[in-house]
Design a protein around this ligand. Sequence first.
Ligand SMILES: [Zn+2]
Length: 272
Amino acid sequence: MTSLTFYGGVNEIGGNKILLQDKDTKVFLDFGMSFSRRGDYFDGWMSPRTSTGLRDFLEMGLIPNLDRVYRSDLMEIMGKRETDTDIDAVLLTHAHADHADYISFLHEDIPIYMGDTCKLILEAIKERGQRSFEREILDFKPRTDKKADEIERDVRTFRTGDKFNVGSLEVEPIHVDHSVPGAYGFIIYTSEGPVVYTGDIRLHGIRPDMTEEFVKKATDSKPIALLCEGTRITDPETDESEQKVFSDCNNHVKNNSSLVLAAFNFNARKGN
Ligand SMILES: [Zn+2]
C-alpha cells in the first residue's frame, strides 16, 4: 500500500513536509519551514527558544509531532531517548528555506538526497552566514555536548536523470526551472505506480526548457498521483517573465546617465 501524508505545504506557500509511505519504506518529500505558521508566533526579533530542544516548534505546530524522526540530541533535551529512526530518506527538491530548513531537526541517520548544485548552494549559504538553529541542513552541532564536533549529515547528491533506489521506491530526479538553480522534480516509482512531485517550478523563467522536459517525462510516466506547486496557479495570465524583467532593467540602465547600483542578493527565503 502507498500513502501520502501532508504535514505542510497545503493551503500555504511552501512549508512542504510530505510523507510518502510505500510498503515498509518511508520518505519525506522536502522538510521546509512554514513562513506563515512561523510568522503567526515569531518575527525577526522573537525566535523559538532553542534551549528546550524542539518544544516550541512542536507546541506551535511548526513541525509534526512524530516519533523516531528528530535528532537524538534534541529529543534528549526533551527527556526522550530515541536512538534510531524509521525514515529512509528525505528527497529535497531545492535549497529554499520553505523546502529545506527544517531538515535541520531531522534524525542524523536519515540520508538526504539533493542535486549537486543544490548542495553547492547550501554550502555557500552556510559559509556566508552564521550558524542558526533553524538552518543546520548539511551538518549540526549537538546541543547536549558543547564540546562535540559538528555532525555531518549523510548527504547523497544526484544530477538530472540519475535514478536511485530507496527501499521499495525507484526515484528519478529531473531538473526544473525555478528562481534558484539546482531545483528538481521527482518521478517516484512506487509499488502502486508513479507519483510525481514537482517541487517549485516555473515556465516564465530563463530555462523553461528544463521544466518542459520534466513535464514531458512526468506525463510519459502516467502517474497515479501528481503533487504540484500551485502558488500562482489561479493567477490570471500575464506577460510577466524573467526576460521582461531583464529587458526592463536593461532599458532603465541604458536610459540613465548617472551611477546605477544593482544588488543580486540570493534570498534563501524566497519561496516561489
Ligand atoms: Zn522555491
